[in-house]
Unconditional design. Structure first.
Length: 111
């Protein structure tokens, strides 16, 4: 993990305003715990890696009503891995958290 960083989390379930959460966490473990606890069908999670005034990138997981997920990696360009399981999406987040690299065994398409 990069020194001096934190993760800003934005999460929502459906279009329910009361189900929107914004939270800052200080570690990869906290970010993963939040994702594992909150990702449910019809939800969206954005995790931004921030430190020293720099945005190192964002990872977005959208979970559809059927449980399939789309994973977006926003670097200086955007990349998308479509129709992955929730568990694969969580694995992609876990891989991304330490260095903001895309998990190599997902099929990423440039947006």
């Amino acid at each position: 993990m990069r020194s001096g960083i934190h993760f800003d989390i934005e999460f929502e379930v459906g279009d329910i305003a009361a189900a929107r959460v914004r939270q800052r966490v200080e570690s990869e473990a906290e970010a993963m715990a939040f994702a594992r606890t909150h990702l449910v069908p019809n939800s969206e999670l954005l995790v931004a890696c921030i430190g020293g005034g720099v945005d190192y990138g964002n990872l977005i997981i959208e979970v559809g009503a059927n449980g399939d997920s789309n994973v977006y990696a926003h670097e200086h360009r955007g990349f998308l891995a479509k129709r992955v399981s929730r568990e694969r999406a969580l694995s992609a987040l876990e891989y991304w958290l330490p260095s903001q690299d895309r998990m190599p065994d997902l099929q990423w398409v440039e947006e």
